[in-house]
Design a protein around this ligand. Structure first.
Ligand code: BDR
Ligand code: CA
Length: 303
């Protein structure tokens, strides 16, 4: 698995899950929740925290079109809430995420590419080498939404909204796509109860997860008056490592680029045989949320 990410509170949780459950080959970073300088530094710090021996390559510092959207109100100014991880003594291995994605998928076929941030790096890699779409076992992305559930707008999800043109190119690439959208991740929620459990672990990973969940819970309490929040990004990692926990349906998915109210929406054709075009994506609808949360908690305990 290669993770393309913008850490990010829930990206950090995805790192914890991947360190335990995935055969992680490498990490690329993109601007998204916070600027690239922070997403890359956070990825390096998380690599050290988790003792991961993988390369990190930074990539795009903004979308293909338009200006960068950040989500600092969700993730804090530097991306990991108020969790301050020790500085890493190893920096990024290069600033050529696109070259890394192209070369690594050439030297090792059958990798799963797991984008959990805006899709800019992935789109640029597909532009550089369209054959990448066939070489990867899947692009299993956290992004978009079925059933019209948005978070940035009524209908748009952040990772797609932050670079709709890139998402559009990925959805039209012909790659084996799996979409882990908000309709799915809103079913997998962690909060204060889990933070308290993580606190008892008594390890650097346990402490980091405690802080991440506490920050996240504060945000959701203030915004939505609920004591837990959706843990989006770990779902994409676990959809690759534990596919039996997810229910997927083939669908045709298009990204809305022009709508004045709907830009960044993933338009999922739910009409079955009457759909306007053949399915280009497996869309996740169902999940064993308790099992996913149990895997995340086990990763924290054993991290
Ligand atoms: C997605 O947007 C980001 O804020 C999260 O890290 C996640 O990848 C959820 O919409
Ligand atoms: Ca993310």
């Amino acid at each position: 698995m290669i993770i393309d990410c913008d850490p990010g509170v829930d990206d950090a949780m995805a790192f914890i899950a991947a360190a335990r459950w995935a055969d992680l080959v490498g990490i690329t970073t993109v601007a998204g929740n916070v600027p690239l300088v922070h997403t890359t530094a956070n990825a390096c710090r998380l690599r050290s925290l988790l003792g991961l021996d993988v390369e990190i390559h930074s990539g795009a510092d903004g979308p293909l079109v338009g200006v960068q959207e950040f989500a600092t109100h969700v993730h804090g100014e530097t991306g990991l809430g108020d969790v301050v991880l020790p500085e890493s003594d190893r920096g990024a291995d290069s600033d050529d995420a696109v070259g890394y994605l192209v070369e690594t998928t050439r030297s090792e076929e059958g990798l799963h590419l797991v984008p959990i941030g805006p899709l800019t790096n992935v789109a640029l890699a597909l532009r550089a080498d369209p054959g990448l779409a066939d070489r990867v076992a899947s692009i299993t992305l956290m992004g978009g939404s079925a059933l019209g559930v948005g978070n940035v707008s009524a209908v748009a999800e952040f990772n797609v909204f932050a670079d709709p043109e890139a998402a559009d190119e990925v959805f039209r690439s012909g790659a084996r796509l799996t979409m882990i959208g908000l309709n799915l991740t809103h079913q997998v929620r962690m909060g204060a109860v889990h933070a308290a459990q993580c606190r008892t672990v008594g390890s650097p990973v346990g402490d980091a997860m405690t802080g991440l969940l506490e920050f996240y819970t504060k945000f959701h309490l203030a915004e939505e008056e609920v004591s837990d929040g959706p843990v989006h990004d770990p779902c994409a990692v676990l959809a690759v490592t534990h596919p039996e926990l997810f229910t997927l349906e083939d669908r045709h998915v298009q990204v809305e680029l022009a709508g004045s109210h709907t830009r960044g929406m993933t338009l999922v054709d739910e009409r079955g045989a009457r759909a306007s075009a053949a399915a280009n994506c497996r869309v996740a609808y169902g999940v064993d949320a308790d099992a996913v949360i149990a895997l995340v908690m086990q990763a924290v305990r054993e991290g």
